[in-house]
Design a protein around this ligand. Sequence first.
Ligand code: VGL
Ligand code: ZN
Length: 230
Amino acid sequence: MDRLQPGGAATGGGAAPAPAGAVTPEAAAQHPDAALVVVDVQNDFCPGGALAVPQGDQVVPVLNRWIGAFHAAGRPVVFTQDWHPSGHVSFREQGGPWPVHCVQGSPGAAFHPDLQVRGTVFRKGFAPDREAYSGFDGALAAGEAGVRPEVTLAGWLRQQGVRHLYVGGLATDYCVRATVLDGLREGFRVTVLVPAVRAVDVTPGDGERALAEMEAHGALLAAGDAGEAR
Ligand code: VGL
Ligand code: ZN
């Protein structure tokens, strides 16, 4: 599939040199309608966690640079947080597909310790009987463990004048995919930060297929900075 190379030109095969005008965090943050959405960079999705995504922790330094640039430019930064009650429907013990993970208030549900969590947190998956992969199913975090269900991600973003989302995080084939597809459905322009996502790959190739699907639905795939090879 084509990738937006630094500079924004779509090229096939990755053979082209990087043109001028890179898709850098600093350039993206200059857009007055841009927001950064960091999906589920939580301990349970990183190596050593309950539902570890291979190399999941490698998104952290990449995203920290994006977070810093968006803050410096005064643009919104959103963090989504998988936030399940014990006995959630997605857990194997309830017949779901996943091991117990991201239980509300547990260390596994906490953000990766190196992630610079400066921004607005939206929690999802808190209804015991409903799976929620998409950040757009989330609600504004309130207090230690709660949410304000009336504040939705789409509503909050529109209130900030956001029209273009830059999305990275975990996992490409589940919560990133669902968040990107919902964002497009909600009418946002969406750029996936490919060096800042990693896949579960339950079946090998799931991550690449998810990227192709997002692109087919209108998402832009940003290769990011040279030297950040996946
Ligand atoms: C996720 C599986 C279960 C994700 C969340 O964040 O991609 N995947 N819950
Ligand atoms: Zn989950």
